[in-house]
Structures are given as C-alpha cells and as structure tokens.
Design a protein around this ligand. Structure first.
Ligand SMILES: [Zn+2]
Length: 191
C-alpha cells in the first residue's frame, strides 16, 4: 500500500455495485485493489487465487455522448502451463476501453475506440465487469518459454496424451480446452 504515493488523494475503496452511466456523467474515477479470490470464474483457471488485481478506472462522457470507461487492470496471475501443466506466473496488464450501452442497437452506432458493454440491469456488480475484462485478456493457450518448461512433466504428459487418445479416440490431437487441462492438473497434484 505504501508504494502508492497519491493514495491519500484518491478514493481507493472500490464500490461493490455501480451505475456506470451515473459514474460517467459524474466523470468519476475509481482506484483500488480487489482480491483475485473474489472472481469465481477466473479462479477456476488459476493454480492459485492469491493476490490482488489493481484497478484504475476513469469514467467519462465523450463528445458523441458515449458513456465510457477507460483504465487498466494489473495483476500477477498463476496460470497453468498447457505444455507441462505446472503453475506459470503471468502478468496481466490490460487496457480497458468500454462504452456502456443499454440497448443492443446502440452497439452498431459505436465508434471502434471502445468495446461495447451491454448493461442488462443497474446497478451492476463492479467485480463482474472487471472479471469479464480479465477473462478476455487471458492468453488462449498459456505456456512457459520452452527453456522454463519442466521436461520431466512434459514426458509424463506425452504418455498421458497417448492414453487419452486411446481412451477417447476423437479430436484429442486438437488442443484441449483450458478447463479440461486444468481438471487434469488438479487431479494430478493431489499427492
Ligand atoms: Zn510449462
């Protein structure tokens, strides 16, 4: 906490629920940290859900009357390497630029500077919005650099893959989806 020099001047407590349109009209800024463990969908993809996501959001209205938020989400996440199935540190440093829309037809009218964010009801959970953005920013197939990958585990995995192909006999040569691989990792790590 002491690293943030300006923390006394800003509101570093994040609200649980927000009305993004009102925040935009008020040109509100939100800064703060949120525990990674609060994100259930994200946690399923991680080998550890310890730590914090550093959130910085600036809400505003642009000259075309688009209500938007820009900002950053920063965290160190523990992903599961898809080659050796061992934990792998990955730096999240996501730029956020969302335009809030209340009706789907508004999405077509948006300029490309923003991703549309459809508000289904207000207030909305701030953590849901943050989690959506983190999930979009994750690498599709996280992998260590070849030199950092654990070779012993890699060999075991090849054996497993052959067995899996024998068992399933379909489409296993394609990349496994992250959830399936993580499930394998969890059952392997109970020792
Ligand atoms: Zn690896």
């Amino acid at each position: 906490m002491s690293k943030h020099q300006n923390s006394s001047a800003i509101n570093s407590r994040l609200p649980v629920q927000i009305d993004p349109i009102r925040l935009a009209v008020a040109r509100q800024q939100l800064y703060g940290n949120i525990e990674i463990s609060r994100f259930e969908r994200l946690s399923e993809l991680l080998t550890s859900n310890e730590g914090l996501v550093k959130v910085q959001f600036d809400f505003d209205v642009d000259t075309s009357k688009v209500h938007y938020v820009t900002g950053t989400l920063v965290a160190e996440l523990s992903l599961c390497c898809q080659r050796c199935l061992q934990p792998m540190k990955w730096q999240l440093d996501a730029e956020v630029a969302l335009a809030f829309v209340e009706h789907e037809h508004q999405i077509d009218e948006l300029v490309v500077d923003y991703e549309p964010y459809l508000i289904e009801s207000t207030p909305l959970m701030l953590s849901d919005m943050i989690e959506d953005e983190i999930l979009l920013a994750l690498p599709q197939v996280p992998m260590h650099d070849e030199s950092e990958c654990n070779p012993a585990v890699k060999i075991n995995r090849q054996v497993e893959q052959v067995e899996a192909q024998d068992n399933a006999g379909q489409a296993t040569s394609k990349r496994k989806n992250p959830f399936a691989v993580l499930a394998d990792f969890k059952s392997d790590s109970k020792e």
